[in-house]
Structures are given as structure tokens and as C-alpha cells.
Design a protein. Structure first.
Length: 434
């Protein structure tokens, strides 16, 4: 068959720039759509969540973090039950469907009672629980569908759909919040998240039509029920040094994130007392983060993963954050904070998250869903809650306002060391499977 005009020229360019083979292009497009829809829906909610968090008082944020951790622990057995009882490719529709139903309920509540502080606090905790759950599941689908060799080439490009959605979501919030209100934004978000679940199903069907090579197919079990019990994911983490290392990496990541999050809330509350101004500031920071992240994902991340390995993806941002904390300690002004915060979040989306997800391409299928979800939710939120109280206690030491920032620099260095060790462990596992 004669190729369509221009096809012969476009395909090598696509492969040269992004490492995409022709038969992989539809899957990459579906993965992009899955993340784009999910992150557009979530980032429409994020500025609303941050506004409710500040409205409840910056001094009370540690209570919201603790409530989020407890809610996560309560939700995990339900997720574990679903993951044990339904086929792997049906986990996403079940979980996403339940989240959409709850989101519709919150939307109606905020339409009826837009100023209810307790509805706002419940919404803050709920979004903080389900965002990690949904994002973790979306990445589980990719780790399940793509082989390690494919992941190194494709994960960064697919993740750019998340950054594109993260860029559009805050803009939609800024444009539509005056028209739809917070409740209307939630209803629109639910439609986008539902569409994301549909694309996840399509990715599994694509894999069925394009099976892995025989060598890699032998290690990939059929899409049956995972079995086990609702707590198996947590047990797997404690039994595996490799998974424990990932859990430690996530705890250190969440600690660095929480320290910066508290600084953000404090500075925004002090400098921008109006609630509308706060939402706009949060939206602008989100926009800057996503622009930088999407450029890095498209043109940098894949090349680093293929040529330098996963370890570099996991180490670069922690080292930058160590320097950033020291900079903030010496120059604690809002402009410096914005630079550090944007670098941290953009680096996490563009480098750390794809690298972290590549770690799961070399573990069994059950661990890709159960253990991974336990780490991404319970471990992450546990780290959040613990570091929130530590940060609050350090802030109360008024005589040493920079103490938390110097401690943050030390934590970032430990984070970098853990990432380096995990990158080496992943390379050994991948080599053993070849």
C-alpha cells in the first residue's frame, strides 16, 4: 500500500523527536487524552480546594492534613476490595465512577450552600484523598499496558497530557467561576473525569490488539482478577525492600512538598487577603508550573530516561530543592518562593513522577495496583500529616524562622540519595528480566 502523502516524512520525525513507533501512536494519543481529561478536571478543583483551605485558617491546615490522612486510611480497604474482586481493566471504571458520583454530590451541596465552611472543609479533604487515588490508578494503567522499554520512551510524552490539562484546568476555573460558581465547576469536572476512565479502557483494548513480544508477554499475566485481600498491598510493601525504598522516597517527597505548601499558604494569606485574589494567585502559579512542565516533558524527560536512566529523573529535582530551601532561608520573599515552588512542582510533574512510575514497570501486576496505590495514597498522606505537624511546631519557634527551611534542605538531600539508590535497583531488575 502506498503511504499517504507526507506520512513517510512525518513518522521518522515523530520517532526521532519522541521515540514513538508508528503502531504506538494511537496508544500515546489515548494516554495523552486520559491524563488531559483527568488533570483538566482535577485542576479545575485545585484552586477551589486551596481557597477553602485558606478560608479555614492557615493555622488549622495541619488538622486538614490529618483529616486527609485518616480519610485515606478509611478509603483504602474499599479500594483494596474492588481491586481484589474485579478484573484489572475494570478497576478504573469502578473507582472513577464512584468518585464522579461523590463529586456530583459535592457540586449540588455547594450550589445550595456555597458559604458553608464545613462543606468546604469536607471538600478539601475529599479532593486531597481522591486526587492521589485517581492519578495513581491512571499511572497503574500505563505501567500495566507498557513494557519497561516502552515506558522509557513514552511515559514523559504521555505525561505531557497531564501538564496540558493542568494548564487548561486553572484557566477554566478563572473564566467560569463567576458564571458557574464552585458547585458548577464541580459538575463540569465530573464529566471530564468520567471521560478519562473511558480512555483507560481503550488503552487495555489497544494492548490486546498489539501484544507484547513473547519474552515480555510471558511475564505479563492475563487481565483477570488480582485476588488476595484488601490489605495485601500494604503487606507487599513491608515485605519488599524495593517497595519500601519507593515508600521512603514518597515520604521524603511529601515532606518537602508540605514544607513548601505551608509557606505558600502563609505568604498568600498575608499578601492577598481577598478570597478572589487568592484563587487567581493559585491559578497563576498552576499555569506557570504546567507551561514549564509540558516543555520539559516534551523535549527533555524522554531523552534523559533513555540516555541517562531513571535515577537521574529521581535525583535532579531533590538536589534543586536542597538549593532552593537554602535560598529561601537567606531571602524569604514571595518572588523567591514562587521560583522555588514552580521549580519543585514542574520538576515533579516532568521528571520525578515519570521516573517514579517507571519503577513500577518491573514489579508484578498485583503490586502495580495494590502496593502502588497504598504507597501513592496512605504513605503519601501519612507523610503529609506527619510533616504538617513538624512544620507547625517549627513555625512556633519564632526565634528561628528559617529553621524549617534549613531542615528542608537536609530532607531534600536524603530524598536525592534515596532516588539514586532506587534508580540503580530498577536498572538491576530490568537487566535481570531481559
Amino acid at each position: 500500500m502506498t503511504p499517504a502523502p507526507g506520512t513517510a516524512d512525518r513518522t521518522p520525525l515523530l520517532s526521532r523527536l519522541f521515540g514513538v513507533q508508528p503502531h504506538e501512536a494511537p496508544a500515546v494519543g489515548a494516554g495523552l487524552a486520559m491524563f488531559f481529561l483527568l488533570f483538566t478536571g482535577y485542576f479545575m478543583l485545585r484552586p477551589v480546594r486551596e481557597t477553602f483551605g485558606v478560608a479555614g485558617g492557615v493555622d488549622n491546615l495541619q488538622w486538614l492534613f490529618t483529616g486527609t490522612f485518616l480519610a485515606t486510611i478509611a478509603v483504602l480497604p474499599a479500594f483494596g476490595w474492588i481491586a481484589s474482586k474485579v478484573p484489572r481493566r475494570r478497576i478504573v471504571p469502578w473507582v472513577f465512577g464512584l468518585v464522579v458520583a461523590t463529586l456530583l454530590g459535592f457540586g449540588l451541596s455547594l450550589l445550595l450552600q456555597p458559604e458553608d465552611v464545613w462543606v468546604g472543609r469536607a471538600f478539601y479533604i475529599w479532593v486531597s484523598v481522591v486526587n492521589l487515588l485517581l492519578i495513581s490508578l491512571a499511572w497503574s494503567v500505563l505501567a500495566d499496558v507498557f513494557a519497561p522499554s516502552e515506558a522509557k520512551r513514552l511515559f514523559a510524552l504521555v505525561a505531557s497530557g497531564a501538564s496540558a490539562g493542568g494548564l487548561l484546568g486553572p484557566l477554566l476555573t478563572a473564566l467560569l467561576v463567576g458564571v458557574l460558581g464552585h458547585g458548577g465547576l464541580l459538575l463540569l469536572s465530573s464529566l471530564l473525569i468520567g471521560g478519562s476512565a473511558a480512555t483507560a479502557l481503550w488503552l487495555h483494548r489497544w494492548r490486546d490488539r498489539h501484544p507484547l513480544p513473547a519474552r515480555e508477554r510471558a511475564a505479563a499475566p492475563p487481565p483477570r482478577r488480582l485476588g488476595g485481600n484488601p490489605f495485601e498491598g500494604a503487606l507487599d510493601v513491608f515485605r519488599s525492600p524495593y517497595l519500601l525504598g519507593i515508600a521512603l522516597f514518597v515520604v521524603l517527597l511529601s515532606t518537602v512538598t508540605t514544607f513548601l505548601y505551608f509557606e505558600q499558604a502563609r505568604m498568600v494569606a498575608d499578601l492577598f487577603p481577598d478570597r478572589g485574589q487568592q484563587t487567581r494567585v493559585f491559578g497563576l502559579i498552576d499555569t506557570a508550573v504546567q507551561v514549564l512542565a509540558i516543555l520539559t516533558q516534551l523535549f527533555v524527560t524522554g531523552h534523559i530516561a533513555r540516555k541517562l536512566g531513571v535515577g537521574v529523573l529521581l535525583v535532579a529535582v531533590p538536589l534543586v530543592m536542597a538549593a532552593g530551601f537554602l535560598w529561601l532561608a537567606l531571602a524569604p520573599v514571595f518572588a523567591v518562593f514562587v521560583v522555588v515552588m514552580v521549580a519543585r512542582r514542574a520538576g515533579e510533574y516532568a521528571l520525578v513522577r515519570p521516573g517514579r512510575e517507571m519503577l513500577y514497570t518491573v514489579v508484578p501486576a498485583a503490586q502495580k495496583y495494590k502496593a502502588k496505590n497504598f504507597i501513592d495514597t496512605a504513605v503519601y498522606r501519612g507523610g503529609d500529616a506527619l510533616s504538617a505537624w513538624v512544620k507547625r511546631m517549627l513555625d512556633l519557634l519564632g526565634e528561628h524562622p528559617s529553621l524549617a527551611l534549613f531542615i528542608g534542605a537536609g530532607i531534600a538531600l536524603a530524598w536525592a540519595g534515596t532516588g539514586l539508590a532506587l534508580g540503580r535497583a530498577q536498572r538491576r531488575r530490568e537487566a535481570a528480566a531481559e
